[in-house]
Ligand binder design. Structure first.
Ligand SMILES: *[C@@H]1O[C@H](CO)[C@@H](O)[C@H](O)[C@H]1NC(C)=O
Ligand SMILES: *[C@@H]1O[C@H](CO)[C@@H](O)[C@H](O)[C@H]1NC(C)=O
Length: 433
């Protein structure tokens, strides 16, 4: 009898859990994703205007004649979407018929992967915020002479945003450049955080003999989750959430958060932004209105003279990009291009056949014009190499199957390693040592 009762409540709980899961992705029921062929910059502009006007969600911006754009369209948006594309002679094709269905499949895939994990490492999965914090605490405790855990401040909802400092000289040797990388500024870009944790692993727990220089000659700042509120929300409520979760009732009572990568104080609110607080590219009411971007700013300001390279890791599309988002090139563009191209080449050399080659260049010229992004802010205040990476999506966009994570970690580490070495050379000639 007792046993039966236990079983019954077990099934009730199970049913409750699965109904929560079943419901979560229904917000994207009958949302479709279209590939759009881009012939020239006019087509890019047409798509951008559609985003402004209709709030369609651009999953991938594409590049004229090289890479198609990917756009998610709700049932309400579809009529005007098709009309605008037809009127402008743009070709498009259906990629995903029902986004809610593929999100459910992705979630089941992840659950299977997790059930099967036995002795998998944390960076071979999509770890939650608490798991990442726990890993950072453990590694700092185990390697106190090498690793320092810093609590940089709180997110809007009060989560601690933490980073690791990795150094053989306690960050006290001014002859060493600082390499600053962060990930998960955009919540739905789940594959970015594992790459940062894998980098910690390679530097601290699994240092190879031929990579001793990376640990000994360089100081590292590694921040795995810039936007923990958005990231947790993308797990619990909305898999495609991109923005922060800040509430500003004077601006909107229904749409929360801003695009953190439009919120930095550089050409704020000028290009590639929408004034609609519900848009994916809403920059916020003022530069640094968000706790999360203020934390990145403060890291820049604290270590600025020594930061040689800032690597802001995003997903997806296989790009290494640099500023400025208004198409203006920096005086050191030749060196900047060299670093980015070396990264692309190192990663392409080990790429999977199903991935595109890395495209390298100015973010405005290669992709689309933007303002207020972290990459531009770093460049603007004096970081010599300020980069945005877009990791591979393998045609799965934000839903990269977990079986690809290992490869992305390995491949991206090759790009990180070479950019760190080039940074060292340039830093030494910059500071005259
Ligand atoms: C579980 O792990 C085993 C052994 O590593 C592997 O053969 C199998 O394909 C995995 N199953 C899933 C669903 O990932
Ligand atoms: C582009 O942005 C940079 C960084 O803010 C600025 O220095 C430059 O003057 C801008 N270029 C133009 C043409 O506005």
């Amino acid at each position: 009898m007792i046993k039966f009762k236990m079983d019954a409540s077990f099934f009730v709980i199970l049913a409750l859990i699965s109904s929560v899961f079943a419901g979560k992705h229904d917000i994207y029921s009958r949302h479709a994703v279209y590939g759009v062929e881009l012939r020239d910059q006019d087509d890019v502009a047409t798509l951008f205007n559609l985003q402004q006007k209709l709030n369609v969600d651009i999953w991938q911006h594409g590049m004229a004649r090289v890479r198609d754009a990917e756009v998610m369209v709700s049932p309400e948006q579809s009529k005007e979407f098709f009309e605008t594309l037809d009127n402008n002679g743009l070709k498009y094709y259906l990629k995903i018929e029902d986004v809610s269905k593929v999100l459910k499949e992705h979630e089941e895939d992840l659950a299977k992967w997790r059930r099967n994990r036995s002795n998998r490492m944390i960076f071979q999965d999509y770890p939650r915020y608490a798991e990442v914090n726990q890993y950072m605490e453990e590694i700092a405790a185990r390697y106190p002479n090498l690793v320092t855990l810093v609590n940089a401040g709180k997110s809007f909802e009060g989560r601690d945003i933490k980073y690791l400092k990795i150094s053989t000289t306690n960050f006290e040797d001014p002859r060493k450049p600082v390499y600053f990388m962060d990930a998960m500024m955009h919540a739905r870009e789940w594959v970015t955080t594992p790459v940062t944790i894998y980098s910690v692993f390679r530097l601290v727990e699994n240092l190879r003999d031929d990579e001793r220089d990376l640990l000994e000659d360089i100081d590292w700042i590694i921040l795995p989750i810039v936007n923990p509120d958005g990231y947790e929300f993308s797990h619990t409520d909305d898999r495609l959430w991109r923005r922060t979760r800040s509430v500003n009732l004077e601006v909107s009572t229904t749409c929360f958060g801003v695009d953190p990568n439009r919120n930095f104080d550089v050409d704020f609110n000028t290009l590639g932004v929408s004034s609609d607080p519900c848009s994916q590219t809403y920059p916020g009411v003022a530069p640094f209105s968000e706790a999360e971007t203020r934390i990145i700013r403060d890291i820049f300001l604290k270590y600025l003279p020594r930061i040689q390279l800032y690597n802001d890791i995003h997903s997806h599309g296989n790009y290494v990009l640099f500023g400025f988002g208004n198409n203006t090139l920096t005086p050191n563009v030749a060196q900047l291009h060299h670093v980015a191209a070396a990264m692309g080449a190192a990663m392409d050399a080990v790429k999977l056949p199903e991935a595109g080659y890395y495209l390298i260049g100015n973010s405005g010229l290669v992709l689309y014009k933007t303002s207020g992004c972290g990459q531009d802010y770093g460049q603007h205040i004096g970081v010599p190499f300020s980069l945005t990476m877009e990791l591979p999506g393998y045609g799965y966009s934000f839903r990269v199957p977990p079986s690809f994570i290992d490869h992305i970690n390995e491949e991206t580490w090759k790009g990180i390693a070479i950019s760190a070495r080039i940074s060292k050379i340039h830093y030494r000639s910059r500071v005259g040592r």
